[in-house]
Design a protein around this ligand. Sequence first.
Ligand SMILES: [Zn+2]
Length: 342
Amino acid sequence: MKWLINVVLVMVIMIIIFPMVIIRSCGVPVEDEVLSNKPVERFQAEDEQRDFEVDLYIKSQNRLQRLPLEEYVIGVVAAEMPAAFEMEALKAQAVVARTYVVNRLLRLDKTGCSEYPSAHVCDQSDHCQGWIDQRAMEDKWGKINYYKYIRKISAAVEKTGGQIIVYDNSPIEAVFHSTSGGKTENSEDVWNKALPYLRSVVSDGEEKAPKFTDTKTFSVSDFISILERRFPSIKVDGKNLKDSIRLGEITEGGRVKDLTIGDVTLTGNEFRQLYDLNSANFKIKVTGNQVVITTIGYGHGVGMSQYGANGMAEKGSSYREILRHYYKDTDIIHLNELYSAR
Ligand SMILES: [Zn+2]
C-alpha cells in the first residue's frame, strides 16, 4: 500500500506541479506582476523614452542621421556653448538643448525642421540648434583638449540626464542666444508671439562676452545701396541722411522695435538682418560720409543668455537657478514625470 501512495505522489509531482514550475519560470515573465501593479500609461511612456531618438539632418553631408536623445544633446552642447564655460552653465545648456528637441519630438502635428521636413532638427544653429560630431569637436578644441572637454560636456549631459523644462507640464520652446546685452527680450517683441515664460529679465555678468558690443561702419552710399536693393522704390536723401533716420519704439530689453528711413518703415530685426548686425539693440551715427552702427549683445535676445548663464554660474548659481531665471515660472522635470502626469 505504501508503495502505491509513493507512486501516486511521484505522478502528481510529475503531471501537475512540475509543469507549473516550468510555466511560471519561462512563460510568464516575473516583471509582469510588477507591471500590473503600476499604471499602464507610465510604462508605455518609459518605453517611449528609452526609444527617444532624434532624426538629425546634417547639412554639410546632405544626409539624415538617427541618434539616441542623450548622444544628440552632447553634440549640441559642444556646438552651442564654449566648453571652457562653468559646469553649471553647461548643465543649463544641456537641459535647454534636450527641451528644445523634445518639444519637436512631441509636437502633435509631427512637424520637425521646416527646411528638411523628414528631420526633427537640422544641425544649423541659425535655423534649429547647432550640432557637431566628434571630428568637428577635435577641430574646434584641438586633439589635446578634446578628451578634457568631451568628458566635461558628457558629465553635464549625464548629470542632467532626461531633464527638461516645462510650463504647464509641457516642454517649453527653449530658445536661447549668446549675449543679451544686459536684459533679455519679451518673445512678442521679437517674433510677435507672447509666451508667458519668455519674459524680459535682467542678465548680469555678460561684459566679458566677446560680442558684448560691436561696431560696423558703412559709407553713406553703401548704406543706401543696401537699402535700395531691399526697397527698390525707397526715397531717401543721401545728402541729409542723418535727418532721414528716425528710431521708433524701444523694447523692454533695449532693442529697436521699428525705425523709419526716408519713406520706409522697417522693424529692428529687419534692419539687423539687412546690415548683418549682431543684435537689434543698435545706435546709428551719421558723420560726414560715414554711417557707424554700434550694437550691444549678440543674438535675438529671447530666453537664456549663454554668457549671462555663465556669469550666474561664476557667482555660484546652480543650473536650476539659471534656468528658472531665464524661463519664468517653469519647472524642471524628468521625462518620466512628464508622461506619468499626463
Ligand atoms: Zn532646421
